[in-house]
Design a protein around this ligand. Structure first.
Ligand code: GGG
Length: 358
């Protein structure tokens, strides 16, 4: 059996606390199923690496990582030391762009055992996928500042929407809908206010949708869509959105489903020309770092998504993914729970409980 090379990057803040819990579960599964996972650790983060070298990553990071089968990533950001845009563009966004991880797949699900803040919703009512465009859109570092420090100060920020980039994420969303029960895609734009790029997205949506007659679809302006997420989340199946809108929706969705602490994500290069990256939706949360109270489930569930992805090349990983998901479900139902879920357990307690449930 060939080995699967995994690069482990805990990153900053609570990324360093939740990552060991995902590794605890992976270690158990690796020996039980002989998965052949070979894990290498990289301490590339704001504290230490940036402070010592003046950069988030070493110059040879691309060559170092490109041969890996997957990257397991914790979180990025330590704004007390490094501005957030410097750390994000210096690491996570480099991975997404240079490894062409153009899909950011973020499942949103109300799980049994998790209290829903929306009145009357039960498991099954909230179960959709956010498909976020991940390499272009509003996330650019193109633009500039003119007349700095004067009354005429002016700041410009460009967005980029290419036909290639928009079409491929729309096709991916429709293909995901084909695998699901309700077979519906919702597109998020803001075409009345953002008058060039968003009508273009709508135009491509109409064109791509016509190629999937088995899938129904609709589109909303992002403002009313956020209201619908809160008022009637059961209407959504697959939601496809630009980089910024997808980021916002994939924080709002898990918050509607109880906690962002359990939300996973997969940054995919579906063609497997480069490694894909798996990370919790939450960030580094400096406000709670060091207290061992972060929910480890978002990180562990991201490891499930990694195993599912690897399962297409090594079937034993699919079995392991199913077992790990089952263990997460058990702990969400029975506890112990971290404070975001109303409990008093530590990150370590909850992570150990997931590993014990395997
Ligand atoms: N684990 C995810 C993480 O560190 N997120 C930080 C963040 O702000 N990400 C922005 C993004 O996903 O675009």
């Amino acid at each position: 059996m060939s080995s699967l090379k995994i690069a482990v990057i805990p990153g900053d803040g609570i990324g360093r606390e939740v990552m060991p819990e995902a590794l605890r579960a992976l270690d158990a599964l690796n020996s039980r199923h002989d998965l052949g996972l070979k894990l290498d650790h990289f301490d590339w983060a704001c504290i230490e690496h940036y402070q010592r070298h003046g950069d988030m990553l070493p110059p040879d990071w691309f060559e170092t990582l490109k041969g890996y089968d997957a990257i397991l990533f914790g979180a990025v950001g330590w704004p007390a030391a490094i501005p957030d845009h410097v750390s994000l563009w210096g690491s996570l966004l480099k991975f997404r762009r240079e490894f062409d991880q153009y899909i950011n797949l973020r499942p949103v699900k109300l799980m049994p055992g998790v209290a829903c803040p929306l009145a009357g919703k039960k498991p099954g009512d909230i179960d959709f996928l956010v498909v976020r465009e991940n390499t272009e859109g509003e996330y650019t570092n193109m633009g500039g500042r003119l007349f700095g420090g004067t009354q005429r100060e002016m700041v410009l920020q460009e967005s980029v929407f290419t036909r290639h980039g928009v079409d491929r994420v729309l096709h991916f969303a429709f293909k995901q809908a084909q695998k699901r029960g309700r077979k519906h895609v919702t597109s998020a734009t803001k075409s009345n206010g953002i008058a060039i790029s968003m009508p273009y997205w709508d135009e491509r949506m109409k064109d791509v949708a016509a190629q999937y007659p088995d899938i129904t679809w609709d589109q909303y302006h992002i403002d009313i869509l956020t209201a619908r997420f809160v008022l009637s989340p059961e209407r959504f199946d697959v939601v496809v959105a630009s980089n910024l809108f997808g980021d916002i929706l994939s924080d709002l969705g898990p918050a509607c489903a109880g906690t962002i602490g359990i939300a996973p994500s997969a940054n995919l290069n579906p063609e497997r020309n480069f490694p894909s990256l798996f990370e919790p939706v939450h960030g580094s949360a400096p406000d709670i770092y060091g207290r061992n109270i972060a929910n480890p489930v978002g990180m562990i569930w991201s490891a499930v998504m990694m195993l599912e992805f690897l399962g297409e090349i090594q079937p034993s990983c699919t079995t392991a993914a199913n077992e790990l998901m089952f263990a997460i479900e058990k702990v969400l139902q029975e506890g112990p729970h971290t404070p975001d879920l109303g409990g008093q357990a530590s990150t370590t307690d909850m992570g150990k409980a997931v590993a014990d449930a395997l």
